[in-house]
Design a protein around this ligand. Structure first.
Ligand SMILES: Nc1ncnc2c1ncn2[C@@H]1O[C@H](COP(=O)(O)OP(=O)(O)O)[C@@H](O)[C@H]1O
Ligand SMILES: [Mg+2]
Length: 239
């Protein structure tokens, strides 16, 4: 469903060219849960952001359901490929409910009434039904991330891109977020960047290791963890 073909991203820093993504090839089937790990600066966030065109790329292509993402209208692409960020990125001037209903109503995916009903159900699914009228500043980190997750799900995405969703959270809350994502994103394709080994083990069917803008390893998560040759990869997880 997603085919990344020789993806290259170069930028100019102080009038020197810098390669951030250096030829990424990756094929992802519908429903896979792919966890991407690797050192800071490897290009993981940039890679995720290219997939829903938050960033452009220099060479190669990303094909989504048989069509280059460059042929999609950005708003349509981002409806199908949602994103969850490390720092939640909720709209601070909107209530929790409005955060969830705003985009589906604006893009005319749902009527206001339908969107409200959906928001209620989604908030119940993450046990936040009593927070619908609050502004994000009144929520804990874990609550904010649960809202961010259901806000993304309100668009009925086919793919969710998730960038270090638990790194701003304490371990217990991080585990809850992993559980929420796992249970709600059941039939959705997920590509998640994380340093959190529990999160990865809980969610992933497949593990990809990136360094210097390239994929160095790509395998089933059990294989990566069982194979002692992958000590280097394991060491990237914070205990
Ligand atoms: N807009 C930008 N301007 C300059 N450098 C950037 C920009 N975006 C990313 N980079 C650089 O690209 C590299 C990859 O960044 P990033 O994708 O954030 O890596 P990761 O998420 O793996 O830590 C880093 O060296 C970062 O400093
Ligand atoms: Mg990053």
């Amino acid at each position: 469903m997603i085919k990344v073909k020789n993806l290259v991203k170069k930028i100019e820093v102080d009038s020197k060219e810098k390669t951030i993504l250096n030829g990424i090839d990756l094929s992802i089937e519908k429903g896979e849960k792919v966890v991407v790990i690797g050192p800071s600066g490897a290009g993981k966030s940039t890679f995720l952001r290219c997939i829903n065109l938050l960033e452009d790329f220099s060479e190669g292509d990303i094909v989504f359901n048989g069509k280059s993402i460059l042929e999609f209208k950005k708003s349509i692409l981002r409806q199908k490929i949602g994103m969850i960020f490390q720092h939640f990125n909720l709209f601070s001037h909107m209530t929790v409910k409005k955060n969830i209903t705003f985009a589906p109503v604006k893009l005319k995916i749902r009527s206001k009434k339908e969107a409200n009903l959906q928001a209620k159900k989604l908030l119940e699914s993450v046990k936040l039904e009593n927070k619908a009228g609050l502004f994000p500043s009144r929520l804990s980190g874990g609550e904010k991330q649960r809202v961010a997750i259901v806000r993304a799900l309100a668009m009925n995405p086919e793919v969710l891109l998730v960038d270090e969703p638990t790194s701003a959270l304490d371990p217990k809350t991080a585990e809850e977020i992993a559980d929420v994502l796992k249970s709600l994103a059941n039939d959705i394709t997920v590509i998640a960047v994380t340093h959190d080994m529990n999160f990865a083990k809980n969610l992933a069917t497949r593990l990809v290791f990136m360094e210097s803008g390239k994929i160095l390893e790509d395998g089933k998560i059990e294989e990566v963890f069982e194979n002692p040759a992958n000590e280097r990869i394991r060491s990237f997880f914070q205990k």
